[in-house]
Design a protein around this ligand. Structure first.
Ligand code: SF4
Ligand code: SF4
Length: 242
């Protein structure tokens, strides 16, 4: 049987619950193909008290999108153990409070597109009804809006939308794939936050970005500010305009 995708509005309801009591508990954390966003990496590397460079080396693999040249980071599955997620244990997810956006959002999927007319991002949700998942047999019913709140997905979406803006701009204005230098800049600003901070400390801020002293200080001491800034910095580097 194949997965059904059922479009849902924010106030539509769906029946689903996941807990250690479901017979399929942990099954979906095996045979993973788990992409990580820049915000996912920020959460996980801090959860594990690692630098972004060490986290990327130890827990992720990267491939380059063949059409776009975009570096895409995924969790490195454990090949000797059914390609399971490195963070799953018999008790469940060991990084639950900082699990990636896609783990939180499931069984929903969120798609975002940018309107060519207004430039606004438009989000759509769909229910992914996978035959192996017995969460759909549980009693709990909620709206999409309630699920987003319950799973604390908003902060993830906020940063993921910044990434989507960059990808949309790239698709609209730059038809050729990113070259090696551009891939390095993308990796540096979005995935390797500690190296990005060191880069700014050594090389300074580009002329095209106006910052007062307080803002500069905030960027070098607050990683969330730095991550948001990295998205602006990267747009300046790739498109000549933030
Ligand atoms: S991060 Fe946690 S919830 Fe997500 S696949 Fe891994 S173990 Fe499962
Ligand atoms: S397959 Fe569905 S119900 Fe089972 S553990 Fe995964 S999300 Fe939960």
């Amino acid at each position: 049987m194949e997965t059904d995708f059922i479009p849902l509005e924010l106030d539509d309801t769906f029946r689903f619950a996941c807990s250690p009591e479901v017979p399929c508990f942990n099954q979906c954390c095996r045979d993973i193909n788990q992409y990580l966003t820049p915000y996912d990496i920020y959460r996980l590397k801090n959860r594990l008290n690692m630098t972004s460079g060490d986290f990327l080396n130890q827990f992720t693999v990267e491939h380059i999108g063949p059409q776009t040249g975009l570096p895409i980071v995924s969790l490195k599955a454990l090949p000797q153990e059914d390609l399971r997620c490195p963070f799953v244990s018999d008790e469940g997810c060991q990084v639950y409070e900082d699990r990636p956006a896609s783990c939180r959002t499931y069984p929903l999927a969120r798609a975002v597109s940018q309107s060519r007319d207004t430039g606004q991002l438009v989000e759509n949700y769909a229910l992914m009804q996978e035959p192996h998942c017995q969460g759909f047999d549980q009693e709990r019913v909620q709206t999409v809006r309630e699920w987003i709140e319950d799973q604390e997905i908003e902060q993830y979406n906020r940063f993921n939308d910044m990434l989507m803006t960059i990808i949309s701009r790239k698709n609209q204005h730059k038809r050729s794939p990113l070259d090696l230098r551009e891939q390095h800049l993308f990796r540096l600003a979005l995935y390797d936050l500690d190296a990005f901070k060191t880069h700014l400390e050594k090389k300074g801020f580009p002329d095209g970005i106006k910052l007062d002293g307080g803002k500069r200080e905030a960027l070098l001491t607050d990683e969330l500010e730095l991550l948001a800034f990295g998205h602006h910095w990267l747009q300046l580097m790739l498109f000549g305009k933030a």
